[in-house]
Design a protein around this ligand. Structure first.
Ligand code: NAP
Length: 475
């Protein structure tokens, strides 16, 4: 019986496209979907690629059609569905076989699954795939975590199907257990920040300057040819210039302003906080989506505070300032994302190569942009204090860009226009260039009420206390 090189379970949007991509690159693939009719329709529409497909009606058939050791990709909803598929699959597998979860898993689940399956002698790969439907079909960015030897077994397939940056595959192995899924999670967190900051520019131009959707879309189209070239700026330009066929209105004007989220942005913020990090641009983007969901509250607030006039003195924001501000805020968001990756790498002993992270994001994924190539080079050259914003490649750009960001945030604040991610980026930047901050007072407060102790500047002595304990005792 002819044998398939790899298997895939879950022929939804991502699974169907990824498996056709694999088949197209010449790898015979066995496919299975819980709802059998989906498999039939999928094979019927696969055209010539059907020759490379081994459709299976049962998991037993799927397993039987694979060469050994077996490698099976699971591409179903993250969470309980993955555990359910793994539970059904494991009794059918032999030691040395490999399961690859290619969905958007929480990396804690990946770590747990890897540990559980290794006890059964099975290999587990947690693999982040980015690029949506189009990427899955024609070249996604692939972030792999798990046993390196297992990665080597499927490396040829992953490199063949991935996006390429001047011929270099945007697929890499980042470390053991949850490393790949964590890199994908932070990718999505940065994606949230990128999208929010673009939306803030749109808001400033729409509500502050009264510009039309098409006009703003054209501006994004222009920016996409410059330093801001990126998939997200490109599609924002396209969305804003699209007319709704039904109403004849710009399509963005008939879309309800309540943003969905499936969890990866929130996971990024949660994991960051538990690692003692605070990627404020990502947190702001997650918050903005959450706030967007309470539309009734916002409508009530608009009516309640209707008499509030914009403050006087708001400067007109130029397109040039907005472009520079977006550039600066974007660099800051990536700085925060890379810092988070670095902290997780230390915590979980992943030894993550941050430059490789930036490199696999250069093509195929949603945050792909020209700037990522330069970011990867900056990381390879060594980041002063581990910070992208201090890199000679970006520091000078921030000198100019941060002034524009400051003008945009100040003007937006005076006009009453919310720019949470821009403001968060600016506060982070200003904090990181302030040698003496204000937490000396916070430490004083903590010592006052809780005797938490502080470090003296003059002598370096630790666990010092102020004289207030006796003040309290005598008061
Ligand atoms: P989808 O189109 O909704 O398809 C879901 C698939 O999962 C279907 O084949 C479904 O089978 C199967 N499934 C669900 N529950 C199952 C269960 N308990 N047992 C067996 N099969 C089950 O989802 P998708 O968009 O392809 O997403 C798949 C994964 O990729 C998710 O983790 C998602 O977060 C991730 N991802 C998605 C994108 C994107 O742009 N869509 C991008 C990157 C990553 P039935 O046909 O039987 O229902």
């Amino acid at each position: 019986m002819a044998q398939a090189r790899i298997g895939l379970i879950g022929l939804g949007v991502m699974g169907a496209n990824l498996s056709l991509n694999i088949a197209e690159k010449g790898f015979p693939i066995a496919v299975y979907n819980r709802t059998g009719s989906v498999t039939d329709d999928y094979v019927a529409s696969a055209g010539d690629l059907a020759q490379q497909l081994f459709p299976a009606k049962t998991l037993e058939d799927l397993v039987a059609s694979l060469s050994t050791p077996r490698a099976i990709i699971i591409m179903v909803q993250a969470g309980a569905a993955v555990d359910s598929v793994i539970d059904s699959l494991t009794p059918l597998l032999d030691k040395g076989d490999m399961i690859i979860d290619a969905g958007n898993a929480n990396f804690h689940d990946t770590r747990r699954r890897e540990a559980e399956l290794s006890k059964l002698g099975l290999n587990f790969i947690g693999m982040g795939v980015s690029g949506g439907e189009e990427g899955a079909r024609h070249g996604p960015s692939i972030m792999v975590g798990g046993d390196k030897k297992s990665f080597e077994v499927i490396r040829d397939i992953l490199e063949a199907i991935s996006a390429k940056h001047h011929g270099t595959p945007c697929a890499d192995h980042f470390g053991p257990d949850g490393a790949g899924h964590f890199v994908k999670t932070v990718h999505n967190g940065i994606e949230y920040a990128d999208m929010q900051m673009i939306a803030e520019v749109y808001g400033v131009l729409r509500d502050g300057a009264g510009r039309s959707a098409a006009d703003i879309g054209k501006l994004f189209e222009t920016w996409d040819k410059g330093q801001l070239q990126s998939y997200l700026v490109e599609i924002s330009g396209k969305v804003l210039q699209t007319i709704d066929e039904k109403s004849g209105q710009p399509i963005v004007d008939i879309i309800v302003d309540k943003a969905g989220q499936k969890g990866t942005g929130r996971w990024t913020a949660i994991e960051a906080l538990s690692l003692g990090q605070s990627p404020s641009t990502i947190e702001a983007a997650v918050a903005a989506r959450s706030w967007s969901s309470v539309k009734d509250t916002r409508i009530a607030g608009e009516a309640l505070f209707a008499e509030l006039e914009p403050e006087k003195g708001a400067a007109k924001i130029s397109d040039d300032d907005l472009e520079k501000a977006l550039l600066a805020a974007k660099i800051i968001a990536y700085d925060q994302g890379l810092n988070l990756l670095s902290a997780a790498s230390d915590e979980y002993d992943w030894n993550l190569d941050l430059a490789s992270c930036a490199e696999v994001w250069r093509e195929g994924c949603i945050i792909r942009s020209t700037m990522l190539d330069e970011m990867a080079s900056a990381v390879r050259e060594g980041l002063p204090q581990g910070n992208l914003i201090f890199s000679p490649r970006f520091a000078q750009r921030l000198v100019e860009g941060s002034s524009a960001l400051r003008r945009v945030v100040a003007s937006a604040a005076l006009q009453g226009l919310p720019v949470p991610a821009f403001a968060a980026a600016l506060a982070y930047f200003d904090t990181m260039r302030q040698g003496r901050g204000t937490t000396d007072l916070v430490q004083g407060q903590r010592d006052f009420f809780g005797a938490h102790g502080f470090v003296r500047i003059d002598t370096g002595e630790t666990d010092q206390h102020g004289p207030w304990a006796s003040d309290i005792a005598h008061s």
